[in-house]
Design a binder for this molecule. Structure first.
Ligand SMILES: *Cc1c(COP(=O)(O)O)cnc(C)c1O
Length: 474
């Protein structure tokens, strides 16, 4: 028989696999130990600026480089944002942890593509969706999809709202639509405006509704809807915020639900981190009451549930509406009755991505190992810590509390010195990470506490350092 050229080629079939599997195993065990060392010493490892020579150290050439474990340990592990440190409260950064590490290892190993097909990973994502649906209080017909985060989930949710209002939009595009309007409180996250921009409606499709004290004013919302209708514009949706980014405030969902129903508008909830107060003790548990009657929701697991980046979720009350918005099956994606192309749920029908990672595994692992009660106790701790921080700011001669502490966010202004300079000093000396915000025209330090490693002592320590930094300034 002719050989057809089937002579063995030395490295065929293992060109990028390790040459020495035993050595590769040792190296990976070594890496895992270093990762665990890093997690175990999170308290001793605040943010540090990346060194000036890092670009050269991580530069890619053409030749293979040895010692991947060393490169990961020396060039990658030390130079994150430090959000694993217990006094990291800047922006809204989650802390990650052991369960997420386990999930990342398993996810990279199975290397599942969650676009569709008949595979076990789909059941994990569905289990996460179902758990989140129950926390949210949505009915059993609700469905959703894991996204990179709330920003992407907002695009999906508003696209579903638009598809329900204008079923022909997928075919005809937006040229045939009246000018749409979406309403959100002042202080709503910029992802709402960006969603409207990418959907082709422009930033001017977003109507900013006054929100005295951080909560959308329902009367002003009704007036804005009325004015838009009178001007020939089409009010499409209301975006209620559960946990605003600057102040951690909540829109009045019961009033928003009434207006949405009465006016025939879609109600979307931006609950990126605020959803999880539903797991906390009273009074925080009740902050988002009414949100369970929204039409859609966007949330994040990488902020307050401690899952590794990135994972958020879009959840839609009528799951079929989301499917109708995105389902598209050319012949190469047809499902089959049996075999690998079977499977009832193909997530490519529910969003923009076809190839998509196993990002559901991180939150699934955290929730599975911690349980809802421990997650709730942690979230309650963070809200108490923010209240403590607020009380310390209020009691200080050097600080002014900028707004009442409602949930896990505390914002205060230094009476002396500049907020940005004080924040930078505390970041650089490794004491604590605050970000900054402008409230009532004043530059403030802001803490959004979503950190499962934080203790009340950390809060007291950081506030003493803030006061010391203020007192050194003119
Ligand atoms: C973080 C955040 C977003 C954006 O979420 P990403 O996961 O970063 O895309 C939207 N809204 C609020 C209230 C947020 O805190």
């Amino acid at each position: 028989m002719a050989s057809h050229g089937l002579r063995p080629v030395t490295d065929e079939g293992r060109r990028i696999d390790p040459a020495d599997p035993a050595e590769a195993r040792r190296a990976l065990h070594d890496l895992l130990d270093r990762c665990l060392d890093r997690l175990d010493s999170a308290r001793a490892l605040p943010w540090q600026p990346p060194p000036g020579d890092l670009p050269g150290r991580v530069a890619l050439g053409d030749a293979p480089q040895s010692d991947l474990t060393g490169a990961l340990a020396h060039d990658v592990l030390p130079f994150g944002t430090g959000n694993t440190h217990p006094r990291f409260w800047g922006w809204v950064h989650g802390t990650g942890g052991h369960a997420g590490l386990s999930a990342a290892v398993a996810a990279a190993t199975v290397n599942a593509n969650l676009g569709g097909r008949h595979q076990g990973a789909v059941e994990v994502e569905k289990a996460l969706i179902d758990w989140t649906r129950r926390v949210t209080g949505f009915p059993s017909g609700a469905f959703g999809i894991c996204t990179t985060g709330t920003s992407q989930a907002t695009v999906l949710a508003l696209a579903a709202a638009r598809q329900v209002a204008f079923p022909a939009v997928r075919q005809d595009g937006i040229g045939a639509l009246p000018p749409l309007r979406v309403y959100a409180a002042e202080g709503a996250h910029s992802c709402v405006s960006k969603a409207l921009q990418v959907m082709g409606h422009g930033a001017s499709a977003l109507v900013t509704v006054p929100a005295p004290g951080g909560a959308m004013n329902p009367k002003a919302l009704r007036a804005a809807i009325r004015a838009d209708r009178a001007a020939g514009r089409h009010p499409l949706a209301i975006v209620g915020t559960a946990g605003s980014v600057t102040l951690g405030t909540f829109d009045p969902f019961p009033a928003l639900v009434d207006i949405a129903r009465d006016q025939g508008l879609w109600l979307h909830a931006d609950a990126a981190f605020g959803l999880w107060t539903r797991l906390a003790a009273p009074p925080w548990q009740g902050l988002s009451a009414g949100l369970e009657r929204a039409d859609s929701l966007a949330t994040d697991f990488h902020k307050w549930i401690g899952a590794p980046y990135d994972c958020g979720m879009c959840l839609v009350r009528d799951g079929e509406a989301l499917r109708r918005t995105f389902s598209e099956r050319p012949p190469y994606l047809e499902s089959a009755a049996e075999g690998l192309a079977a499977g009832e749920t193909w997530f490519c029908d529910y969003g923009l991505e076809l190839s998509r990672g196993f990002r559901a595994l991180g939150p699934w692992a955290v929730i599975r190992s911690a349980g809802t009660a421990a997650l709730g106790a942690w979230i309650t701790d963070n809200c108490r810590q923010a209240a403590l921080m607020g009380a310390l700011a209020k009691a200080s001669d050097l600080l002014d509390l900028a707004a009442p502490v409602v949930s896990n966010v505390c914002v205060f202004a230094p009476r002396r010195g500049d907020a940005a300079a004080i924040a930078a000093q505390l970041q650089l000396d490794g004491t604590a990470v605050f970000s900054t915000a402008r409230v009532g025209g004043r530059d403030c330090l802001r803490a959004a506490i979503v950190n499962h490693r934080t203790t009340s002592q950390d809060v007291a320590h950081a506030m003493a350092a803030v006061e010391a930094a203020c007192s050194r300034r003119p």
